[in-house]
Ligand binder design. Structure first.
Ligand SMILES: N[C@@H](CCC(=O)N[C@@H](CS)C(=O)NCC(=O)O)C(=O)O
Length: 223
């Protein structure tokens, strides 16, 4: 088994995908968190896009892009998390892209500068959730009984709402019963729970406050 280092950021949802996949495969790895607002020179030197996650294999080979990292791990270490059938696999890749698009919409939501933009971004996020809700079957996971790469991609999406729902009600996720059941199934999965540190909720809350966005203004100051 090669050695694995996951070059990470404490809040990055794309890093979480790789961490979840590594945990599902019970692979030991070293996580190295960096400050993306002050990227170290060594990171710039090995990251072609300047983004986390990177997976460094055996101390030398560096893979970038979360989807590529997850597929590499899936092709080389069992159990398989992608479906065996090519058409099912293609469909799964499409929904992983939907998870990325949803993350972009969520980014627009928590940075929206005013009430109108905030409301418009909520509509944008909900439109993506409506599409995803319509694609879900009986669960508990995206493809049914088996946890897969689509689940690893959506778990970090839902994790945002563990914090957002404390400050904004009704939740942007309100009215999507299949998504609610999926979110709950993912939240209790040990690989999902272990993909962030214990400090994550406080760090995410502080990150939202620092945006000086409409959302920041909805977050009461701690007494
Ligand atoms: N498509 C990339 C997205 C990764 C990404 O956007 N990472 C963010 C942090 S969550 C990042 O490194 N941003 C720093 C930057 O863009 O300068 C992937 O799937 O790995």
């Amino acid at each position: 088994m090669p050695t694995f280092e996951l070059i990470s950021h404490a809040l990055c949802p794309y890093v979480q995908r790789a961490a979840i996949v590594l945990a599902e495969k019970q692979v030991e790895f070293t996580r190295i968190d960096i400050d993306l607002s002050n990227k170290p020179d060594w990171f710039r030197a090995i990251s072609p896009l300047g983004k986390t996650p990177l997976l460094r294999v055996d101390g030398t080979q560096v893979i970038f892009e979360s989807a590529v990292i997850c597929e590499y791990l899936d092709e080389t270490i069992g159990p398989r998390l992608h479906p065996a059938d090519a058409l099912d696999r293609a469909r799964a890749r499409g929904w992983i892209e939907m998870a990325s698009a949803t993350l972009n919409s969520i980014g627009g939501y928590y940075t929206a500068p005013d009430a109108a933009a905030f409301a418009a971004k909520a509509v944008d996020v909900r439109a993506k959730f409506a599409q995803t809700e319509a694609a879900l079957g009986d669960g508990p996971y995206f493809a049914g009984d088996t946890f897969g790469l689509v689940d690893a991609a959506f778990a970090p999406v839902f994790r945002y709402f563990d914090t957002l729902d404390r400050f904004v009600q009704p939740s942007v996720l309100e009215g999507f019963p299949k998504l609610a059941a999926w979110r709950a199934a993912l939240a209790v999965r040990p690989s999902v729970q272990g993909a962030v540190s214990a400090a994550y909720p406080a760090l995410l809350e502080a990150f939202f406050r620092r945006r000086n966005s409409w959302l920041s203004g909805l977050m009461p100051r701690a007494a």
